[in-house]
Design a protein. Structure first.
Length: 253
């Protein structure tokens, strides 16, 4: 079997673009998400366009049980995952700390932090056994700097940054690479989810400048995944040219 990548959150945005990029380069893929119809549609497209093999796993990364069950029931040949891309995640709300919703906080923490930990813990035994593997965590510029009304989303992405550093140290002895990629503003379904379906508010986030596209992030992730075995990009922040950091975004009037 050729190289296998598992991509979480492949039903949209970065995850979908990553699936297309890796499929175009002949990886066999395990694609995950909660929306079964989108997973099936993507599987059909990838198998017919690129002639690769695709397995879909439909589960919620917030559920420890569902996550471990989904990965444990994979046939042995599919368990030999070479590249794990922890991409599933979300922001919910953009509110002052005192106004923000506790439910939104729970969902972000459970998805962005605990979900990433569960998926990784379920996948790594076969990497450890084979002394080979690459974990790529999708963080954010929000994981490097906190911004107003970003409170808990920023905290979850700071956690992704810290966990990536910790994994890199603890998995050294197993020869597993750990890369954290921190994108800035990118036009995906991210803001529609954040603003709970308010398309107008979501659209405003990307007005007046050219944001990153999902494909830009996929290119960079693919580059980090295809370096020689002795080379690892540990930490990489990327933004569109109009953005310097979480604070500085130049919008044309
Ligand atoms: P999208 O909303 O387009 O995609 C998010 C993906 O995550 C979907 O495939 C969704 O699948 C999946 N997902 C969300 N919650 C869960 C869950 N509980 N269980 C399983 N899958 C889940 O957003 P992006 O592509 O932009 O976001 C991808 C990652 O990139 C996120 O971690 C985000 O925080 C990060 N990021 C985004 C930036 C941006 O500006 N867009 C910038 C920096 C980082 P489904 O709904 O089918 O479950
Ligand atoms: C998404 C980028 O700036 O909306 O992680 O937090 S931002």
């Amino acid at each position: 079997m050729s190289t296998i990548a598992l991509i979480t959150g492949a039903t949209s945005g970065f995850g979908k673009a990553l699936a297309i990029k890796f499929a175009a380069n002949h990886y066999n893929l395990i694609i995950t998400g909660r929306r079964a119809d989108r997973l099936q549609e993507l599987k059909n497209t990838l198998t017919s366009t690129y002639g690769i093999e695709v397995t879909t796993l439909c589960f919620d990364v917030r559920s420890r049980k569902a996550t471990f069950e989904a990965i444990e029931q994979l046939p042995a040949s599919w368990k030999a995952i070479d590249v794990l891309i922890n991409n599933a995640g979300l922001a919910l709300g953009r509110d002052y700390f005192d106004d923000a919703s506790l439910d939104d906080w729970d969902t972000m923490i459970d998805t962005n932090v605990k979900g990433l930990l569960y998926v990784t813990k379920a996948v790594i035994p076969s990497m450890i056994e084979r002394r080979k593997g690459h974990i790529i965590n999708i963080g954010s510029t929000a994981g490097k700097e906190v911004y107003e009304k970003g409170n808990t989303y920023c905290a979850t992405k700071h956690a992704v940054d810290a966990v990536s550093q910790a994994m890199r140290i603890d998995l050294l002895r197993h020869r597993i690479k750990v890369t954290a990629i921190h994108p800035g503003a990118a036009d995906t379904e991210f803001s529609t989810v954040r603003f709970k379906g308010d398309e107008e508010q979501a659209r405003k986030v990307y007005e007046g400048y050219e944001p990153l596209a999902a494909g830009d992030v996929a290119e960079v992730v693919y580059y980090t995944a295809t370096l020689p075995p002795h080379v690892c990009i540990n930490d990489l922040e990327m933004t569109c040219t109009a953005q310097a950091s979480s604070f500085y975004l130049y919008k044309e009037q």
